[in-house]
Design a protein around this ligand. Structure first.
Ligand code: NAD
Length: 479
C-alpha cells in the first residue's frame, strides 16, 4: 500500500548545530527533499562555514556538491550566527562531535560530551519559544535525559528532546541519506514527546517511506546506534581474525567470506578482510559501549565488545609485521610507497585511518615512507602523523614524503602498500611502476583490491590479507 501524502511543512524552520560530516550532508539532503522548509546550519568554526559557503566544500563526499549548490541560498544556509539560528528554529538538530575522552574519568573509552553540553547550554540560554531538540550526534544512553535537565535548567521555555541517530556511511553518505534502510526516532512517551516524534517523522516522510521510519523510546534509539556500529565493526574484526587463520592454513579469506556470506542468516556485507577498520565512529562507539557496560557492572559484556577493537589493532600490527618480515626482517632506510591515507575510499576523512598507525610503525622502524592519497590534504597528514608519533613536523619529515601520484610515490621504492581501496589503485600501470622500483619489488595489499596473479606474473612478491602466502615471501615468522 502506498504511504499517505506527507503533511505540508511550509513555515517550518530547522537549525542544525555542527556543520561537519553529519550536519552538512544530512541537512543538505533534507533541504533538497523539503524545499518549503528553511534550514540553517550553524557552526563555531568560521573557516568551516566559509568553506561551506564557497566553491570548495570542507568535506569531500560524492554527490554532495550538487545538492548543496541546488539548495544553498534558497532554503539552505550556512552561518556562524549560532544564537540567531537557535532563536529562529522550531526544530534544532545537534550534530556536534562526540569524540572519545582524552583525559579524566573514562579517558580512552567514554564519549566526551563537552561540545554537546555547550551546545545545549547555548540553546537553553537563547531559546525563547518551545523547541524540539534532536540528538543527531552519537551519544551514550541517557544523554537525552541529561540534556533535557540542562535545557530545562534555564526554565525559560519547553523543550522536547528526541534521539535521531545517523546511520550514513562516509563515501556513500548522499545515497544513504536519499534512500536510508531506516530512520530511527526515539522520544518520550508523554503527549508532548509523541507530538515531537510525529513532527520529526513528518519531515522525513517527505522522502522516506513511513514503514522505514521507526519510532522507539529514547533509550532504545540511543543504544541502537552504538549497537549497530559495534555489530558492523564486529563483523570486520571477525573476518580479519579469520584472515589470520587463512594465512596460517592456506585457505583464502575471500572464498571463506563468500561461502559464509551466502548463508541468508549471515549475509554477505561487511565480510571484506582488510588492514582494519577506521573512521571516526566504529572504535569510538564501541569504546563508548564498553564504558557503558563497565559502568553498569557488566564486565564480561564489556570485555566481549572490547575484543573487537583489540582485534582491529592486532590486524594493523599484523600487516606491518608482514611487511617487516617480508622485506628481509628490516625496513630501516627502505622506501615504502603508502597508497591511500583516508580511512576508506571516496572520502578525505582520515580519522582513525589504518594508514596513520601503519605510518607510525614504519617511522618507528626508520623506514622512508612516501604517501599518496587522491583526496587527503597535506596539512591533515602532517597533523595526523605529528599527533600519532608525538614528533614535531620537521622530525616526521625526515621519514615521510608526500607525493602527487602513486607513480611518484613508487619510484625507487622497495615496496608498495595499499592502505585505502581507492578505485584508481586498481588500474595503475604496475608494469611501468615496477621498472622504477628496487628489485625484488613487493606489494602488500591491505585491501585485497589488486589482481595478485597478474602482479606475480610481472615479478612482484605479493602479500594479500588472508590469502595463501606467496612462496617467495619470507614467512618464517607467523604473523
Ligand atoms: N562522520 C560520520 O560518518 C558519522 C556517522 C554517524 C554519526 N556520526 C556522529 O555524528 C556526530 C558528528 O560527527 P561529524 O563526523 O559530523 O563531526 P565533525 O567533527 O565533522 O563536525 C562537528 C562540528 O560541530 C562543530 N561544533 C562543535 N561544538 C559546537 C558548538 N558548541 N556550537 C556549534 N558548532 C559546534 C565543530 O566545529 C564541527 O564543525 C558525532 O557524534 C559522530 O559520532 C558521525
Amino acid at each position: 500500500m502506498a504511504s499517505p501524502p506527507a503533511p505540508k511543512l511550509a513555515g517550518l524552520r530547522i537549525c542544525c548545530i555542527g556543520a561537519g560530516y553529519v550536519g552538512g550532508p544530512t541537512m543538505a539532503m533534507m533541504a533538497l527533499k523539503c524545499p518549503e522548509v528553511v534550514i540553517t546550519i550553524v557552526d563555531i568554526s568560521v573557516s568551516r562555514i566559509a568553506a561551506w559557503n564557497s566553491d570548495v566544500l570542507p568535506i569531500y563526499e560524492p554527490g554532495l556538491d550538487k545538492v548543496v549548490k541546488a539548495c544553498r541560498g534558497k532554503n539552505l544556509f550556512f552561518s556562524t550566527e549560532v544564537d540567531q539560528g537557535i532563536r529562529d528554529a522550531d526544530i534544532i538538530f545537534v550534530a556536534v562531535n562526540t569524540p572519545t575522552k582524552k583525559v579524566g574519568m573514562g579517558a580512552g573509552r567514554a564519549a566526551d560530551l563537552t561540545y554537546w553540553e555547550l551546545a545545549a547550554r547555548r540553546i537553553a540560554s537563547v531559546a525563547e519559544t518551545p523547541k524540539v531538540v534532536v540528538e543527531k550526534s552519537t551519544v551514550p544512553i541517557n544523554t537525552a535525559e541529561a540534556i533535557s535537565a540542562v535545557l530545562h535548567g534555564a526554565g525559560k521555555t519547553r523543550f522536547d528532546v528526541l534521539s535521531n541517530p545517523e546511520f550514513l556511511a562516509e563515501g556513500t553518505a548522499m545515497t544513504d541519506l536519499d534512500n536510508p534502510d531506516r530512520v530511527l526516532i526515539g522520544g518520550n512517551m508523554n503527549e508532548s514527546g509523541k507530538a515531537a516524534v510525529a513532527k520529526l517523522a513528518d519531515v522525513y516522510a517527505h522522502w522516506v517511506p513511513r514503514e522505514r521510519i521507526l519510532t522507539t523510546n529514547v533509550w532504545s534509539s540511543e543504544l541502537s546506534k552504538l549497537v549497530a556500529n559495534s555489530f558492523l565493526a564486529q563483523r570486520v574484526s571477525s573476518i580479519n581474525a579469520v584472515s589470520a587463520i587463512c594465512e596460517a592454513s592456506g585457505a583464502d579469506v575471500d572464498e571463506v567470506a563468500r561461502a559464509v556470506g551466502m548463508d541468508s542468516r549471515i549475509g554477505s556485507k561487511f565480510l571484506k578482510a582488510s588492514v582494519g577498520f577506521g573512521g571516526s565512529c566504529f572504535q569510538k562507539d564501541i569504546l563508548n559501549l564498553v564504558y557503558l557496560c563497565q559502568s553498569m557492572g557488566l564486565a564480561d559484556v564489556a570485555e566481549y565488545f572490547h575484543s573487537v577493537v583489540m582485534m582491529n589493532d592486532r590486524q594493523k600490527e599484523r600487516f606491518v609485521s608482514r611487511m617487516i618480515h617480508g622485506l628481509f626482517n628490516t625496513v630501516t632506510g627502505k622506501r615504502i610507497a603508502l597508497l591511500g591515507f583516508a580511512f576508506k575510499k571516496d572520502t578525505g576523512d582520515t580519522r582513525e585511518s589504518a594508514s596513520i598507525e601503519i605510518c607510525r610503525r614504519l617511522i618507528e622502524e626508520r623506514a622512508s615512507v612516501c604517501i599518496y592519497d587522491p583526496k587527503v590534504e597535506a596539512d591533515q597528514i602532517w597533523m595526523d602523523l605529528t599527533a600519532a608519533t608525538k614528533l614535531d613536523k620537521t622530525e616526521v619529515q625526515k621519514y615521510v614524503t608526500l607525493c602527487d601520484s602513486a607513480y611518484e610515490a613508487a619510484s625507487g621504492a622497495h615496496a608498495l602498500a595499499i592502505a585505502t581501496e581507492w578505485d584508481e589503485f586498481k588500474t595503475l600501470d604496475y608494469g611501468k611502476i615496477q621498472e622504477d622500483m628496487v628489485k625484488p619489488s613487493f606489494v602488500f595489499d591491505g585491501r585485497n583490491v589488486l589482481d595478485h596473479d597478474a602482479l606475480r606474473e610481472l615479478g612482484y612478491i605479493v602479500y594479500a590479507i588472508g590469502k595463501p602466502l606467496d612462496p617467495k615471501l619470507n614467512t618464517s615468522i607467523n604473523c
